[in-house]
Design a protein around this ligand. Structure first.
Ligand SMILES: [Zn+2]
Length: 334
């Protein structure tokens, strides 16, 4: 069974009129789960909301207090493109809580193959002390920190088109959480150069594959085959978390990668193959074309129960293999 953790209240968060990070994204992703052809193999569950002690594992008290103050005031602006209404705090607590719930359910049950948190707002841009880029709290980081603080090893693979700068920052100096990102460059937020590979004890535990506009699925998959896969295998994680933004889809209006939903499902399959049985947690990050979100979510859902549902064909032949080769040289295994 695949556990899908979601909550309709995640649709109550509004980031402003005509904002690309809109409630219908959640509905499109759930529509994909329903249309995946494997609905019978999916168990739906509501999340337990995260509490301040969860958030405090990765966020400063100042950030948590600021988000709460703005929520109490009925909404307001966190940064140039990150806006809250009165329902945003509860949505963000449910989003972070969903990843925690997904992880706890997998740990407690042996009838689940994987879990998929279908939530918004996204989280991977939120740093320890700054909400940014449509993200309030870093949901994947909260769940990863809970496991890592309990002595387990967590690999977070981020396939969103944007660099997961917040997740990278939070774990940059740790060697019990490996962070790898395949993203478009140049693109917001501007970080994620191939040379960014962690610091201190965490050096070598951050991997970046900044692909050029137009990069296709085969290039991203080669990044997993040649760079991320060997590193994760050597790391030997207890958990693999996948920050699954669907904005790498070629139809996405705010990015320029060349993937289809089939490529995105292939990436999830390749990364999921690196996880111990029953220890893969996928969460929705970005993705701003509703049809692409629906198709990607459907393809990923089927993939997570071992079935194939591919509304589109995979893509090949785009640029970026030079980036994969540069990262391979930089991260050559010892
Ligand atoms: Zn994104």
């Amino acid at each position: 069974m695949l556990l899908v953790v979601t909550d309709e209240r995640c649709a109550d968060h509004m980031a402003g009129t005509n904002h690309p990070e809109r409630p219908d994204r959640l509905h499109a992703a759930i529509d994909g789960v329903v249309r995946s052809g494997v609905r019978d193999a999916v168990e739906l569950m509501a999340p337990r909301p995260a509490v301040d002690d969860d958030l405090a594992l990765v966020h400063s008290v100042e950030l948590i207090d600021r988000v709460r103050r703005i929520a109490d005031a009925g909404g307001g602006r966190l940064d140039a493109d990150t806006v809250m209404n009165g329902a945003s705090l509860s949505a963000a607590l449910l989003a972070a809580g969903a990843v925690v719930t997904a992880t706890e359910e997998l740990a407690a049950r042996d009838d689940l193959h994987a879990a998929y948190a279908v939530v918004r707002p996204p989280g991977h841009h939120a740093t320890a002390d700054r909400s940014m880029g449509f993200c309030l709290f870093n949901s994947v980081a909260v769940a990863a920190a809970r496991r890592a603080d309990a002595g387990e090893r967590v690999a977070i693979i981020d396939i969103d088109a944007h660099h997961g700068n917040g997740t990278q920052d939070i774990f940059a100096e740790r060697n019990d959480v490996l962070f790898a990102s395949i993203h478009q460059s140049p693109l917001y937020p501007g970080s994620g150069a191939v040379t960014e590979k962690g610091a201190g004890a965490g050096e070598g535990f951050t991997i970046n594959l900044p692909l050029p506009p137009g990069a296709t699925g085969d290039v991203a998959r080669q990044g997993i085959e040649a760079v991320i896969g060997p590193a994760v295998e050597e790391f030997a994680p207890d958990w693999v978390f996948i920050s699954a933004g669907y904005d790498g889809h070629r139809a996405d209006p705010i990015t320029d990668l060349g993937y289809t939903s089939a490529d995105i499902a292939d990436l999830v399959a390749d990364v999921g193959a690196l996880a111990p049985a029953g220890r893969t947690v996928v969460l929705l990050e970005g993705g701003y074309d509703l049809d692409a979100v629906r198709d990607s979510s459907a393809a990923v859902t089927a993939q997570l129960v071992g079935e194939v549902h591919r509304p589109e064909a995979p893509t090949t032949g785009g640029p970026g293999m030079d980036v994969v080769e540069a990262a391979q040289r930089l991260h050559r295994r010892r």
